[in-house]
Design a protein. Structure first.
Lengths: 279, 169
């Protein structure tokens, strides 16, 4: 073979060998970069077709609580309130009978609650008991108390996710309703609308207008769900809004989400004047 | 020169074999460890008792994790902390093949991002440690085990070290 050609061939082969050796060393040293992505950025499917538009709201389902004469404190005192921090503050604002020691508020000890498929397993503080015995799931507490009325307010926490997952949201809410009904069949369950946020709210990844739009969408689902499940729907959020659909500034406790004492007093007035029929 | 050429050629032939032996994934790890053993090891590694964690209801996986089109999940285990407000969570999926591992990794990544979105409104109200767990949640693959965690950075390190120790050949 021509010597020149041999040299060229040798050089090429040598280069190839060097490249292959370097590649081998790199791959071995760094655990082989073919390995599956860690913290891969591709999110994949989100799981549910987005149904952010309100659907099927052609007329008010009969489950929506209509205006009634004021049912009074005796009615209000028979209601158990279950929910997240916007429910927990009924206690801290001292607007219920018993004030800070009211036995009408059922929330976890961290005063917040997320609606997901674990909602029937999460422990709330059952105020009729103390110490470790007080930690009960909502169905366990309902079984013990057999409340006459139960107002459930859930969905603000996780709203930006809920609005993309109607099926999951309704599944979880239905799961809770069914669990309560199975242990306390006489309880009149009332789904309360999610409250609006004010323009000052910055707790979510979207601006307040978008958050409120999402809240309105999910509240539409709750209206329909209440009719499907044979429970009541309380549209109390309507009294909290200003003309632009935001929580009125005077009802904002400062963080755009939580409510003032006067807001709760207004809500309780709404509850008493939109009582369950024949109560 | 011919000898050198032959030698180089021989060396080059050996390289693909060494590359094959470097192939990652299943060959690096055992695939016969029960997911419950793995989760227990991870929980102990972060300084907790297994009794501090619970398994969610049976619908948790199907409701919260979009498994549509995903096959090859032989078994799985999810562990949630029993204390409200403690977001520690460990999820382990055992799959049948490297290809399944890729798909499940993406599936769990989507779940992690969905949970982060769901929990974002909690961030302002929680301890920095819990915020860290949410913000730094991650998914990693160890052979035929795809694992997601909501743990602190130190917790992640300890937990994944425990996984590597359990799955070491």
């Amino acid at each position: 073979m021509d010597k020149k050609l041999q040299i060229i061939l040798c050089s090429v082969l040598g280069l190839l060998l060097l490249t292959a050796l370097v590649l081998t060393i790199v791959l071995t040293a760094y655990g082989c970069s073919f390995r599956r992505g860690e913290n891969g950025p591709d999110p994949g499917p989100s799981g549910e077709t987005k149904q952010s538009e309100t659907e099927g709201q052609t007329q008010q389902p009969s489950s929506v609580l209509q205006e009634t004469p004021d049912a009074g404190l005796s009615y209000q005192d028979e209601i158990i309130f279950v929910g997240d921090s916007t429910t927990a503050h009924l206690r801290s604002r001292e607007v219920l009978t018993g004030g800070k020691d009211t036995k009408q508020v059922w929330c976890p000890d961290n005063n917040t609650l997320l609606l997901d498929s674990e909602i029937t397993s999460v422990k709330i503080v059952y105020p009729e008991l103390s110490g470790e015995d007080a930690y009960k799931t909502i169905p366990e507490a309902a079984s013990l108390k057999q409340p006459k009325y139960m107002i459930i307010t859930l969905g603000l926490n996780g709203i930006m996710s809920h609005v993309d997952n109607r099926k999951n949201f309704e599944y979880s809410y239905s799961k809770l309703i069914d669990a309560i009904k199975s242990v306390s069949s006489e309880t009149k369950i009332i789904i309360q609308s999610i409250f609006p946020v004010s323009a000052a709210c910055d707790a979510f990844s979207a601006d307040a207008a978008q958050v409120n739009q999402n809240i309105d969408t999910v509240n539409g689902w709750l209206r329909e769900l209440s009719a499907q499940k044979g429970v009541y729907y309380l549209d109390s959020q309507s009294v909290l809004k200003d003309g632009s659909g935001m929580l009125k500034t005077e009802y904002d406790n400062g963080d755009g989400i939580h409510l003032t004492k006067s807001a709760y007093e207004l809500l309780l007035s709404y509850i008493r004047t939109h009582a369950v029929p024949n109560s | 020169m011919k000898k050198i050429l032959c030698l180089l050629l021989l060396c080059l032939l050996f390289v693909p074999f060494s590359l094959i032996s470097c192939t990652p994934g299943s060959q690096d790890y055992r695939d016969d460890v029960p997911v419950s053993d793995l989760s227990s090891a991870m929980i102990r590694a972060i300084g907790e008792e297994t009794s501090s964690f619970r398994h969610p209801d049976s619908d948790y996986f199907d409701i919260n994790i979009n498994t549509e089109g995903i096959g090859g999940i032989e078994t799985y285990e999810i562990c949630l902390h029993t204390s409200s407000g403690n977001f520690s969570e460990i999820g382990i999926c055992k799959v049948s093949s490297d290809k399944d591992a890729d798909e499940v990794n993406k599936m769990l990544q989507a779940y992690v991002e969905s949970q982060q979105k769901k929990l974002e409104s909690f961030l302002a109200n929680y301890e920095p440690e819990e915020v860290e767990k949410i913000q730094n949640a991650t998914v990693q693959t160890f052979g035929h085990y795809v694992i997601y965690v909501f743990l602190t950075k130190d917790g992640q390190r300890a937990a994944f070290d425990a996984v590597k120790a359990q799955l070491a050949k």
